[in-house]
Design a binder for this molecule. Structure first.
Ligand code: ATP
Length: 367
């Protein structure tokens, strides 16, 4: 069993920064957990505490069932892949990968076999005689992963391993790391500020802000049921559209009134949000839940309203369209058919069943 458990973890740096605040989560055995959040939210510090590179201020870290707070890094049976790869520049790829095994006095023939097997898995057999300076960024990245694999650790820790790669290579390496996880099946804790990486790689995501966990769940659950406005805004691209407004009652129905339009809530939303009648509320609608009411399933909706097309961004298979109303701006994601032109008026509808509602003060997701 190689689960990683972090319990009530805190980190205070000497300068008084409280970087990690009472953080608790478990990466189950063989699970791929991604810690994600904006720069400075404490994710690297958590990873470094798990690795034993940073002292814990308070709380507990378990690897398997062993409390490792006072266990030195090299005895924790983990391997860490860093953002800058941390390869030894004067050593060949083979020697970089073999280094940890040599330190453990593993027989030479075994080292050769282990390194070749790992190199094969990563498609870098032909590079073993080169030095890091003679490799591309992507190849260096593979070597850094290879160096971690040969140690066959219980747990892999990744600290933004793809952030120095260009966009195309990043996508390719993303897939390779996921495949690697399927093949070798170790527990992985992966840190990134890139929500796309988190969404595409994780079994479960831990979303962080200012040292505090905001939500832990599967990528899909986080996308569909964000715990609060921060998570809703951080996960998803283009970002969810937020609108300030009020809930008003008309006969037996509740409507969201933005000043620019009034949209009827579904019966279920009206039931859950009945205590917010006549109160301020924030509505979130994702770009793909906005429809051009000339077409689509929403064409017959009575809930159309007029917007102005401010900007059209063609991406080939889809279009991002910025729409404005008197007081608000929305980014919509449209299929590439009969596109509106910049400056024209456009009637749109929102798929209200997909709308989220947030408390304006606590920012908690109410529906
Ligand atoms: P990034 O994505 O930029 O790496 P992060 O989420 O990994 O950010 P951390 O590196 O964990 O964030 O930093 C968390 C907070 O702790 C930040 O406010 C940072 O300035 C602070 N911090 C990190 N290391 C130290 C240190 N050695 N001494 C003092 N403060 C530190």
């Amino acid at each position: 069993m190689a689960k990683v458990t972090v319990k009530n973890l805190n980190k205070y740096f000497d300068n008084g920064v409280h970087a990690v605040k009472d953080v608790t989560f478990t990466a189950e055995d063989k699970e791929f957990i991604v810690l994600v959040g904006p720069s400075g939210c404490g994710k690297t510090t958590i990873l470094r505490m798990i690795a034993g590179l940073e002292e814990v201020s308070s709380g507990e870290i378990y690897i398997g069932n062993v409390l490792v707070n006072n266990v030195p890094p090299k005895e924790r049976d983990i391997a860490m892949v860093f953002q800058n790869y941390a390869l030894y520049p004067h050593m060949t790829v083979f020697d970089n990968m073999a280094f940890a095994l040599k330190m453990r006095h593993i027989p030479k023939e075994d080292i050769k076999r282990i390194v070749y097997d790992a190199a094969k898995l990563l498609g870098i057999e032909s590079l073993l005689k080169r030095k890091p300076g003679q490799l591309s960024g992507g190849q260096r990245q593979r070597v850094a992963v290879g160096r971690a694999i040969v140690r066959n650790p219980k747990v892999f820790l990744f600290d933004e391993p793809l952030s120095n790669l260009d966009a195309k290579l990043r996508v390719a390496m993303r897939a390779e790391i996921v495949k690697l996880h399927h093949t070798i099946g170790n527990t992985m804790v992966y840190v990134t500020h890139d929500q796309v990486e988190a969404m595409t790689m994780a079994d479960r995501i831990v979303v962080m802000k200012d040292g505090v966990i905001q939500q832990i769940d599967t990528p899909l659950n986080i996308y569909n049921n964000p715990a609060n406005m921060f998570v809703a805004g951080f996960i998803g691209s283009p970002a969810i559209n937020m609108t300030k407004g009020k809930l008003i009652r008309k006969e037996s129905d509740l409507y969201f009134d933005s000043e620019d339009y009034q949209l009827k809530l579904t019966p279920r939303q009206a039931e859950v949000l009945q205590n917010y009648a006549n109160k301020d509320i924030i509505m979130g609608i994702r770009p793909e839940d906005i429809y051009d009411s000339r077409f689509d399933a929403m064409a017959e909706s009575p809930q159309k309203f007029i917007t102005k097309v401010d900007f059209v961004e063609p991406l080939g298979n889809e279009y991002h369209v910025v729409l404005t109303t008197a007081n608000n701006e929305y980014t919509a994601r449209f299929d590439p058919k009969d596109l509106p032109k910049m400056g024209q008026d456009l009637s749109v509808t929102f798929d209200m069943a997909k709308a989220h509602f947030f408390d304006p003060e606590s920012e908690v997701n109410l529906y």
